[in-house]
Design a protein around this ligand. Sequence first.
Ligand code: FES
Length: 370
Amino acid sequence: MNTHDTRPGSTGGADTPGPLHGGPDEDYTPEQLAAMSLDELDRLGARYDGVEIMHVEPGPEPGSPLEKRAVRQIGTVFTLAGLCAFASVVIYAGSGWFLPTWQWSVSESGWSAIFTPLVGALFGAAMILVGVGLVLYTKKLLPHETAVQDKHDASAFDRATAGATLVRTAHNSGLARRKLITRSLAFMGGGLGLMLIMPLGGLIKNPNTGDPLGTTPWKQGVRLTRLDGSPIRPGDQEPGSLETVFPAVPGGNRAANAATMLIRLRPEQVAANRPRPGQGNLGYGDYVAYSKICTHAGCPVSLYEQETSRILCPCHQSQFDVTQGAKPVFGPASRPLPQLPITVDASGYFVARSDYLEAVGPTYWNRRRI
Ligand code: FES
């Protein structure tokens, strides 16, 4: 028996450790601790930590049919989680949000309807499958142990024994020899990692390229049409009436920024009309056309009171005066409704003379001003 075997707490060659004397740092030198196996360190640490093992249930026998079946199940779940994560990455990458030159060729309206639910569903499915896989792994493959431990301050001894406990736990998990699970975990980890960082991709693309917020489907020669697609002639409306019109382009009646109010002014309104400086000739005869998108927060302004010449936004009660170039005269909106320049084509139908001269809707950064 050597000095090491006679140290307090040492097994001294016996199966049961010897009595513990002072603190662990007094009982064991770092050299003695380094010479012990992981199992010995783990057991020793448990004793000094006052850990009482109540119940131990070993995992399945290595190589047994039970273990193989569990490994297959868990590997499949982790692989499915990885597939969901990679699928959400591919769909996000094809959204056109940050890859400027490539995106899925799905019709604009259909894509916008399914994009968010699809990315969300795949993200959620990946996270659920990760949880299911971890629960299955814990229940089916790990040894189950119930222990009770008193808490106390950490020391060098605690660090060494706690580290040994962690390493031994990793060893007991059997990950090193269960290749199917480690591979599926690596696959899943790659997918999840990409999925979690991919929202940063939205920072790559300049959102102002092509001025998407400052342009609408309106352009020179595009007819003004009703929701059903029928064109409008100057005689179609009564004085004092309002008609919501859309550009006669594919999808024009669904473009969120294109809805426009075509208003026929009454004679007294024409007499009182004071267009904004530089916008005196944007109407046609007694007709004027203004954006239907509120400049406060983007609600559709559609309540027109012809007696007061005011257009009311139902969201926060902003009011715009059509005889003053649709300037806001009440409420939180601070900018006038943009006016669409209009004329009639050779067939006598209303057409736009150009896009809006300023951005429609609420104010945003870098907004062009006129
Ligand atoms: S959105 Fe129109 S007043 Fe707020």
